[in-house]
Design a binder for this molecule. Structure first.
Ligand SMILES: [Zn+2]
Length: 557
């Protein structure tokens, strides 16, 4: 792969937003970028969208070298040694933190003791935690604080520096050992301990401006005299009060509150630009901005977890050695309708069963479609936007998953539905997430399970026509949870390589077994054990209430 999107790999950053009037943007119609001319949505839809569910038009071919199947004994020994060093380093860091916290308590500094202990990492093997990185460092204690507080702050800074460097060294070791997922996990851990750690920030594409860390996109905004506002996105410095009164700057012209709120058709809707997305909407501008913020959060987490999907090992190694090259990709397109009726009307010609969908991604137009719903949640948004990320972050084959291995395309989108913010982390997974709960219930209560040997043979049509499609989807979610959280995370790199193989059309029914180095019978057995252990943990979490019958939901897309 020539380019990698390390520039945008940052997390916890703000979504950059630019609002344009439709006329000035050159964005003719949400569906027209394949047709190449402006047109009314419904008309264009019939011309450029597929006429049946399941058509996938994609471009390009890529070369993929599947990872070697059986690791030699020396590689296995090196992996064990790395695991031992990581666990020793984590223990050493925890001991240092506890030591400083105890010192604080001995001096009566209870707030400082609590702040110190907040450096301990969250523990839950069924969740992935991605820290939200602050743009700027926390300010130190005020000048008139007691001397002990200053002493504590100095000791804390030293601890952060030393421990983050030790973690960063291990991250580089992991990447050199071709353990990409672990490398990024350790890199994030180093930044969680010390958000100011320069080499780690640089891997994620940040640059330092004054006291803070910004992506190149954010840096351009700041240089252009804009500031971030969580409600309005990037706005001109000094314009906050006017925005609060309802005025909106669109295409260089101020719109009055009345004008800004006038109902619009999707064709004359707003175009909202974020760092990675171009959103056409006829909801309010603020709703479009809020959607953009969520999409950017998903994108930032996804880019960190799946670097092994869209970048080669050589690219990742170059990044960690400071030789990476940034590349910006075209923005991903999203259409956000004001209500279901307009969504149905615009897409019915292309998707006759549009009433059964609550959002979708069409690879034929490379656009995701959503509508504002009073009872809507973010799961559909994250699901479809995940399909879009996998489709548009590297060249992919036409008809992905049509011949075999379709289950993982849905499985990974079902997993990403669980994204949410918990404190200072973006979190995925969890024993009580509804998809994972459904997987546990179907296996343990209903004894429903289709072995991997069978499922990996199935293509898209076989699955979409299956009479138990809903229950199958719950199993797909469970299997994906297993590949990420099972066996202490040892299948994570194999999962990324599996997704690359499937999306590039270099897969066959045996690919997953080859990449994991385990037979399907073995994986089935490990899955059952994983589910049983998760269910017993979930029962503890839920205070031994009997498991609730889940609702299995399949997606047409
Ligand atoms: Zn889907």
């Amino acid at each position: 792969m020539k380019s990698i999107c390390c520039e945008s790999g940052g997390i916890g950053r703000r979504a950059g937003l630019r609002i344009q009037s439709r006329k000035g943007s050159g964005f003719e119609s949400p569906l027209s970028h394949f047709a190449g001319k402006p047109a009314v949505v419904a008309t264009v839809a019939s011309a450029v969208l597929p006429d049946a569910i399941g058509l996938r038009l994609l471009c390009g071919a890529i070369v993929l070298l599947l990872a070697s199947v059986a690791a030699p004994a020396s590689a296995a020994a090196a992996a064990d040694e790395l695991a031992r060093q990581v666990s020793a380093q984590k223990a050493a860091c925890a001991a240092e933190v506890e030591n400083l916290a105890a010192w604080c308590e001995s001096k009566g500094l209870t707030t400082e003791a609590r702040k110190t202990r907040s450096l301990l990492p969250p523990q839950d093997p069924y969740k992935l935690f991605v820290p939200v990185l602050p743009a700027e460092p926390e300010p130190g204690p005020p000048a008139d604080a007691p001397p002990e507080v200053h002493q504590w702050h100095k000791r804390l800074a030293k601890l952060r520096q030393e421990q983050s460097l030790a973690m960063w060294d291990l991250a580089r070791k992991a990447v050199r050992a071709r353990r990409t997922w672990l490398g990024y996990e350790l890199l994030l851990e180093s930044l969680r301990i010390n958000p100011d750690l320069e080499p780690a920030r640089r891997v994620l594409g940040y640059q330092k401006i004054r006291n803070g860390w910004y992506t190149p996109y954010q840096a351009r905004k700041l240089r252009a005299g804009q500031v971030w506002d969580d409600r309005f996105g990037w706005i001109p410095k000094g314009a906050t009060a006017r925005y609060e009164q309802g005025w909106r700057l669109v295409g260089g012209r101020w719109l009055s509150p009345e004008e800004a709120q006038k109902p619009r058709t999707i064709e004359s809707g707003w175009d909202i630009e974020t760092e990675h997305y171009l959103i056409r909407t006829n909801c309010g501008i603020d709703q479009g901005v809020a959607l953009g913020v969520k999409l950017e959060q998903l994108c930032s987490v996804w880019q960190l977890l799946f670097i092994g999907y869209y970048a080669s090992e050589a690219d990742v190694a170059a990044l960690f050695e400071g030789r990476g090259r940034s590349a910006e990709r075209p923005r991903m397109r999203v259409v956000y309708f004001a209500d279901r009726q307009q969504y149905n009307q615009a897409l019915r010609t292309a998707i006759p069963k549009i009433d059964m969908t609550i959002g979708l991604y069409l690879d034929t137009t490379r656009s995701a479609y959503f509508f504002a719903a009073p009872d809507g949640d973010d799961r559909t948004l994250y699901h479809e936007a995940t399909h879009q990320l996998f489709h548009e972050s590297r060249p992919v084959v036409r008809d992905v998953g049509r011949r075999a291995n379709f289950w993982i395309i849905e499985g990974i989108a079902l997993y990403m539905e669980s994204l949410r913010r918990e404190g200072n982390y973006y979190v995925l997974g969890g024993v009580d997430d509804l998809r994972f709960h459904a997987a546990q219930y179907r296996l343990l209560n209903d004894r429903f399970y289709v072995p991997l040997e069978e499922i990996t043979v199935w293509g898209m049509e076989k699955i979409q026509q299956h009479e138990k499609i809903g229950v199958l989807y719950s199993q797909f979610a469970g299997l994906t949870y297993f590949l990420i959280h099972g066996e202490e995370g040892r299948y994570r790199d194999a999962l990324a390589a599996y997704l690359t193989a499937v999306y590039s059309g270099r897969d066959d029914p045996n690919t997953l077994a080859q990449l994991t180095g385990a037979s399907y019978a073995e994986l089935d057995k490990q899955y059952r054990q994983f589910i049983a252990a998760a269910a017993s943990k979930a029962a503890t979490v839920q205070d031994d209430k009997p498991p609730k019958r889940p609702t299995d939901t399949a997606k047409l897309r």
